[in-house]
Ligand binder design. Structure first.
Ligand code: A2P
Length: 278
């Protein structure tokens, strides 16, 4: 899979269509969405438009979407949910189907349903998202197909060392969501100093760091200029010393997580209404 792409969390259908089309037109080959974002129709329209504008085929693009927490369950349930997603996306397959979050009561059963979708050829690969090591371990005991990726919140202040080490030891790739820390890492003084040193934007420094850390990245922007800028990270490299400087920014601080059947944010508050979350 392409190791760099566009994400569309927190964008409505119209904005998603425009940013997806702009990204494809400007060379992006991977698009990441989810049922929970409520923008699969817009994303699908953007894929169609972008491919036309770029003169590309569907098979040139890598499309990821995710199984919604509220639609987990047995095969009938999951396959119905998936078919609706395909319809909204206007596609006849997706390249990667991820379980969005491990909902404790249903994630094993739901994963088996996803394995069946994979065997039927409806999805080209399956994986998970937001899995801690305990849940991943349990999944690996039950799974027949090892998840290809675990998509986690990963950025300079949240580097998930233990999950990364565990997943890598099982050949599971990590993909970063919120690679810019929701924009927060952009104002970090260490990043700012590196931006000046390399004559790059703060976003480019962080995205290049993720690239050099071997993390697959999906970054969101709704502005074409930034969409272009974010992809221009392949003509420079950070020194090992500077990669290390960013490694040292880790505070193990997630913006959001799900545990004990509840959503949490950094203030310890339980977030209401899962629909607003990634
Ligand atoms: P926008 O969509 O207005 O460009 P993350 O992927 O970590 O969640 O971060 C996404 C946030 O970072 C969004 O609010 C996005 O805003 C912003 N962003 C993305 N790329 C850039 C950039 N190159 N410069 C500044 N802000 C950016």
């Amino acid at each position: 899979m392409p190791r760099f792409g566009l994400g569309v969390w927190k964008t409505d259908n119209r904005t998603s269509r425009d940013s997806v089309a702009a990204a494809i037109k400007n060379g992006y080959l991977a698009i990441d969405t989810a049922r929970q974002y409520g923008n699969e129709q817009g994303t699908g329209a953007g894929i169609k438009l972008g491919l036309e504008q770029a003169g590309l085929k569907r098979s040139d693009l890598f499309v990821t979407t995710k199984l919604y927490n509220g639609e987990q369950g047995d095969y009938d349930q999951v396959s119905k949910a998936f078919e609706n997603q395909l319809k909204d996306l206007g596609l006849d397959y997706v390249d990667l189907y991820l379980m969005h979050w491990p909902v404790d009561k249903t994630y094993i059963e739901s994963y088996h349903a996803m394995e069946k979708l994979y065997r039927e050829g409806k999805v080209r690969a399956i994986g998970v998202s937001n899995f801690d090591n305990d849940r991943m371990e349990k999944l690996l005991e039950e799974a027949e197909i090892i998840p290809t990726v675990n998509q986690m919140e990963f950025n300079p202040t949240n580097q998930e060392h233990e999950i990364l080490a565990f997943d890598q030891s099982h050949d599971i790739e990590m993909t970063a969501w919120s690679p810019l820390g929701g924009g927060e890492s952009l104002t970090n003084p260490v990043i700012d100093a590196l931006a000046k040193k390399y004559d790059r934007s703060a976003a480019q420094i962080i995205l290049r760091w993720e690239w050099q850390r071997d993390i697959i990245t999906v970054v969101k922007s709704t502005h074409e200029k930034r969409i272009i800028q974010n992809s221009q990270i392949f003509d420079f490299s950070l020194s090992d010393e500077d990669v290390q400087k960013i490694n040292e920014l880790d505070q193990g601080r997630r913006g959001l997580w799900y545990d004990d059947f509840q959503w949490h944010n950094p203030n310890g508050k339980v977030a209401n209404g899962i629909d607003q979350w990634p």
